[in-house]
Design a binder for this molecule. Structure first.
Ligand SMILES: Nc1ncnc2c1ncn2[C@@H]1O[C@H](COP(=O)(O)OP(=O)(O)OP(=O)(O)O)[C@@H](O)[C@H]1O
Ligand SMILES: [Mg+2]
Length: 470
C-alpha cells in the first residue's frame, strides 16, 4: 500500500503525463504522436485517435492508464476492446509489460482483469471489461474516471452508449484509439458529427518513425488509394467502393472473432503459385476458425504437398480421426502438388486404419469451371461468394495481406445478372497492378463446401458440422 508521502509525490504528475511516462515509467523516447495524445487527455475530456498500424497506440493507452491510476486517488479506469484478444492479449498485456518495466509492482497489482493500487483493491483500480454486454461498462459514476477504448471502431454501439452516458459526470474522461475501420458509430461520429466535442488526432504511418517502411511498401502494392492502405497505413476511414466484392466492413469483424464452439471439422485449401512472385498458400480451418496461413515463395509441387501432409499427420497424431478434405486449385500449375497429393493419398488408402499416418480426401477445383449456383458466372466467383457469406460468421487471422487481397477484388454483373469476379490476369496488369490474391484464394478453397454449399443455409451446412466431435 502506498503511504501518504508516495501518493503526494505522484500527484506532481497530475497534469504532466508525458513527464510521468519519462520519469516514472522510464520510457526513453516517446513519439510526438504519443506526446500530444497524452497531453490531450489532460486538456480535454474526450480524445479520439485514429491511426495506421503500429505507431504506438496501445503503448500510449497503457501509459495513460498507469499515469491516471497513480496520480488520482480512488479513481477508476474501465477499459474495453471489441474482442477478448484485443482486450486481454494486447491491451492488458501491454499494461503488464510497462508496470514491470517501471518496477511499479510494489504499488500496482496486475491481475488478469484488474490493475489495482495495493491496499485499495476495491476502490482504486483499472478494470478490463469485455464489450460483449453493455452492462459491463455500467456502474461507473465517479468523477475521477478514465474510459479507455482500444480499437474503438469495432466496439458495439450499445456499450459505447453506456460510456457516453457516464461521460456526463464532471471530470469523467474518454480516450478512444484505433484503426478507423467502420464508417458508423461513436468513433466515426467523433471525427464527423460530434467533432466539436472531441480532441481528435489522425496519425499516418507513413510519417511515423515506429512503422517499418518495408511493411508500408508491401501494403502499397494493393494501391495507396485502396481501403486497406487508407485504414491500416494512413489512419483514414474507408471510402465507399461500390464495385468491390467484399468490403472491409464485412472483413474487419471477422478478424479474431470469438467463437464459442470449439469442436470442429478440419478442412484445408491449397493455392499453388502460378508465377514467380506469387505465393503458394495453405489455409487450414478448424470449424469456423481459420488458422494463420502458411505462405511459401518458390515452393514446388512436391514440397507443397509435403507441407499439407505434415499438417494432416499432425492432426491425426493429436487424435483427430476424421478424413480431411484438401481442396486444391487445379488450374494450370496447380496440377503438380495435386498429382503428388493424389499419389500419397493412394499409398495411404491401402493401409489398415490403425496404421494410417493421415487421412485426406484430395479434391481438385477449377476457378474457370461451371458454377453450381446460378447466381455466379463461374466456380471461382461462386467460391468467393460463399466465402463472403462465411466471413460473417467465421474467424480469420489478422493477416494484412489476406485482408488486402479480400478487400481489393472487384466484380461486375454479366448481362444476365450473374456475379463475375475480376479476373486475376486483369488484377495483375496495369492499371490495377495488384499482387495475385493467393491468400484469399486459399481461404476460399478452404471454406468452400464444393458442390453442396447452400448459400441460404449457412447454419445448416457449416455450423452443424463444427459440432462434430474431435
Ligand atoms: N515510445 C516507445 N518506446 C518503446 N517502445 C514502444 C514505444 N511505443 C511503442 N512501443 C512498443 O512498440 C510495440 C508496438 O507498439 P504498439 O503496440 O503500441 O503499436 P500500435 O499502434 O498499438 O500497433 P497496432 O496497430 O498493431 O495496434 C509494442 O511492443 C510497444 O510496447
Ligand atoms: Mg495496438
Amino acid at each position: 500500500m502506498p503511504d501518504e508521502k508516495t501518493i503526494e509525490a505522484y500527484s506532481y504528475y497530475y497534469d504532466h503525463p508525458v513527464e510521468f511516462v519519462q520519469d516514472i515509467i522510464k520510457v526513453k523516447e516517446l513519439e510526438k504522436e504519443q506526446i500530444e495524445t497524452l497531453q490531450s487527455v489532460v486538456d480535454n475530456n474526450r480524445t479520439a485517435v485514429k491511426s495506421g498500424h503500429g505507431i504506438g497506440k496501445t503503448a500510449l493507452e497503457a501509459w495513460a492508464l498507469i499515469w491516471f491510476l497513480m496520480t488520482r486517488p480512488m479513481c477508476r479506469v474501465p477499459c474495453t476492446a471489441p474482442t477478448q484478444h484485443q482486450l486481454y492479449d494486447i491491451l492488458w498485456a501491454e499494461c503488464r509489460k510497462w508496470i514491470q518495466y517501471a518496477k511499479l509492482n510494489n504499488i500496482l497489482e496486475w491481475t488478469a482483469t484488474k490493475i489495482s493500487v495495493r491496499g485499495y483493491e476495491n476502490t482504486w483500480f483499472a478494470v478490463a471489461r469485455s464489450s460483449k454486454q453493455p452492462e459491463n461498462m455500467q456502474g461507473f459514476h465517479e468523477d475521477n474516471i478514465l474510459f479507455i477504448i482500444e480499437e474503438a471502431s469495432g466496439v458495439e454501439q450499445p456499450i459505447m452508449e453506456v460510456v457516453e452516458g457516464a461521460l456526463t459526470n464532471k471530470g469523467a474522461k474518454l480516450l478512444m484509439v484505433g484503426n478507423p475501420t467502420k464508417i458508423s458509430g461513436t468513433f466515426y461520429d467523433a471525427f464527423h458529427r460530434d467533432r466539436a466535442e472531441y480532441s481528435t488526432f489522425t496519425y499516418n504511418g507513413e510519417n511515423s518513425a515506429r512503422v517499418d517502411k518495408g511493411w508500408i511498401k508491401r501494403m502499397a502494392r494493393y494501391g495507396t488509394d485502396s481501403n486497406i492502405y487508407r485504414v491500416r497505413v494512413k489512419g483514414e476511414f474507408p471510402k465507399g467502393e461500390p464495385d468491390t466484392f467484399i468490403t472491409l466492413d464485412i472483413i474487419e469483424p471477422a478478424i479474431d472473432r470469438q467463437l464459442t464452439d470449439n469442436k470442429f471439422v478440419v478442412r484445408i485449401g491449397v493455392d499453388p503459385a502460378r508465377e514467380g512472385d506469387d505465393e503458394s498458400v495453405i489455409c487450414v480451418a478448424e470449424g469456423l476458425k481459420i488458422l494463420p496461413l502458411h505462405a511459401y515463395m518458390n515452393c514446388d509441387g512436391p514440397m507443397l504437398a509435403n507441407h499439407v501432409l505434415k499438417i494432416a499427420k499432425d492432426y491425426r497424431t493429436s487424435g483427430y480421426k476424421e478424413t480431411i478434405n484438401v481442396k486444391v486449385d487445379a488450374t494450370g500449375l496447380g496440377t503438380s502438388p495435386l498429382d503428388h497429393l493424389n499419389y500419397l493419398q493412394g499409398l495411404e488408402r491401402v493401409k489398415a486404419e490403425e496404421e494410417k499416418e493421415f487421412d485426406i480426401n484430395v479434391i481438385p477445383l477449377e476457378n474457370g469451371s461451371a458454377a453450381t449456383n446460378n447466381d455466379y458466372k463461374n466456380f471461382g466467383s461462386q467460391m468467393w461468394g460463399e466465402m463472403k457469406e462465411l466471413l460473417k460468421v467465421c474467424s480469420i487471422p489478422n493477416d494484412l495481406d489476406l485482408i488486402a487481397q479480400l478487400s481489393t477484388r472487384k466484380y461486375t454483373l454479366t448481362d444476365v445478372d450473374k456475379i463475375w469476379l475480376e479476373r486475376k490476369k486483369d488484377m495483375k496488369k496495369p492499371p490495377r497492378k495488384l499482387p495475385s490474391p493467393d491468400r484469399a484464394d486459399a481461404l476460399a478453397l478452404c471454406l468452400t463446401e464444393n458442390l453442396n454449399f447452400n448459400m441460404s443455409n449457412i447454419e445448416g451446412s457449416i455450423i452443424t458440422e463444427t459440432r462434430r466431435v474431435f
